[in-house]
Design a protein around this ligand. Sequence first.
Ligand code: BV8
Ligand code: ZN
Length: 246
Amino acid sequence: MGNEAIRQVAEKIKASNSVVVLTGAGISQESGVPTFRGKDGLWKDFRAEDLATPEAFHRDPVLVWEWYNWRRGLIKPLKPNPGHYALVELEKRIPDFTLVTQNVDGLHRAAGSKDPIEMHGTIWRVRCLECKRSFENREVPIKILPECEACGGLLRPDVVWFGESLDTKILHAIYTYLQRAEVMLVVGTSAIVQPAASFGIVAKRTAGAFVAELNRSRTHQSPVFDLSIQGKAGELLPQLVDYVRP
Ligand code: BV8
Ligand code: ZN
């Protein structure tokens, strides 16, 4: 049963100073956000890899904006779940805590996480192709095609698409945290998308971190980690906080 393994992770966390948590779509699943590779991950038979690319946006910006409007409309009414809130509690109890998320739904911020590293950007921010300014925008739906209020240029979602490299400052910061991690939690990710999928291994190899995977099912990386705990993030993470509590 997960809670013996969860207790073991809690002991490791209590004995450590620096903890890194990486989350993926699985932590938002219990809030109602469809995961990417689950059965509910499709939209009009398109896969994320087909639409979340610069080529797709260049070829058909209306279609890509329709997809983002569908996602914005779906995500807007959704709330963080106990998994997000448990990470806010964990953050308060650990001197050196870093949360890195692949998610663009903004639910970690909504739950109160102080400074989540949104490595793939956020669906609630847009960026101008011309003047490069980025703006927070929570309109649902956003007018298609949206124009920059400063220069009239075409706006795109301020997220990292497939084939786009991540912001080097963000990537550098993440590697700094991984290299001093004593414990790392890899929560709700299928460990397919790079470079995020390499972070657990980097923490293990360079910092000798104790790495625990929390996921509904095992992944191809499960054998690499110190622990792979099957269960729902919204249940396992509150249990973890209870063991770490004081
Ligand atoms: C880069 C923002 C390099 C957009 C996202 C071949 C061709 C082209 C590219 C590549 C290639 N091979 C590799 C690449 C690189 C590519 C890549 O990794 N492709 C994959 C598909 C193989 N990566 C990139 O392109 C990255 N950039 O590498 O640049 C480069 C270098 C220099 C110069 C130029 C380029 C950029 C990748 C970023 C893509 N953007 N999102 C948007 O969302 O609109 S990624 C997208 O997938 C989301 O962010 C999502 O978070 C992410 C990863 O998915 P997961 O989070 O893992 O979600 P998934 O559904 O897969 O899994 C959910 C998991 O949760 C499951 O395991 C499930 O069991 C579990 N779960 C479900 N419910 C629960 C649960 N667990 C616990 N509790 C529950 N309740
Ligand atoms: Zn502009």
